[in-house]
Design a protein around this ligand. Structure first.
Ligand SMILES: CC(C)(COP(=O)(O)OP(=O)(O)OC[C@H]1O[C@@H](n2cnc3c(N)ncnc32)[C@H](O)[C@@H]1OP(=O)(O)O)[C@@H](O)C(=O)NCCC(=O)NCCS
Length: 182
């Protein structure tokens, strides 16, 4: 997916009540491999990738590009949250020139069910609203991914359309930029 574009990157680490959002480091590599090799994480993301292939392919510092935050709990990676440009060729757009900012998130299963994704995504969306105040953010998830669908609603995304892609029904939603009142 295309990089985020003209934002100052990396920002200073973003602290929330329980988490830190920061750029990736070499020490995150093993946890990145866990994420991509996890059958649970891969359920609605095209399936897990073989661990030996990941050991060969994952770079020394994975995920180091503008828009990708490591979600850090007590000094260790528990997942990632990202804002990337959506490919113009894919279905699902809200702007005439496409290439919207798209929110993505993945957490290690041991960290699910504690509200960490909501906390991390809210902070990433606040950061984005600050650096790109006039831009909407979009999100695409399989309708079968009920955790992700609930999360999208909690974060304020509303449905734009549904379509078939990768052999599954996809929910495509958007979150409008906050317009200052008065
Ligand atoms: C989708 C996914 C990110 C959800 O992760 P999560 O951390 O469990 O999600 P949330 O932050 O919404 O937390 C879920 C639950 O934690 C509970 N919770 C526990 N403590 C909490 C707290 N302190 N604050 C808020 N919620 C808390 C809530 O009850 C919430 O459940 P609810 O949605 O019924 O309200 C995770 O399942 C995942 O990584 N899946 C694989 C990757 C994937 O599919 N990504 C989506 C691609 S679009």
């Amino acid at each position: 997916m295309a990089e985020l574009g003209s934002v100052t990157w990396p920002p200073a680490p973003i602290r929330t009540e329980r988490l830190v959002l920061r750029q990736s480091e070499a020490r995150d590599r093993a946890a990145f491999i866990e994420l991509f090799a996890s059958p649970e994480v891969g359920t609605y993301l095209g399936g897990p990738r073989p661990r030996d292939e990941l050991e060969r392919a994952v770079p020394e510092v994975p995920g180091r590009r503008p828009g990708v935050f490591v979600i850090d709990l007590d000094g260790a990676l528990i997942g990632t949250v990202s804002l990337d440009r959506r490919d113009a060729e894919r279905p699902g757009h809200v702007r005439p020139d496409a290439r919207e900012a798209e929110l993505g998130y993945m957490l290690l299963p041991k960290a699910w069910g504690r509200g960490y994704t909501t906390e991390a995504c809210s902070a990433a969306l606040d950061w984005f609203a600050d650096v790109r105040p006039d831009e909407p953010v979009v999100l695409c998830t399989q309708t079968a991914n009920t955790c992700s669908m609930r999360l999208a609603a909690k974060l304020g995304f509303t449905e734009v359309e549904r379509f078939e892609e990768y052999g599954a029904e996809q929910w495509f939603g958007a979150r409008s930029p906050v317009t200052p009142s008065g």
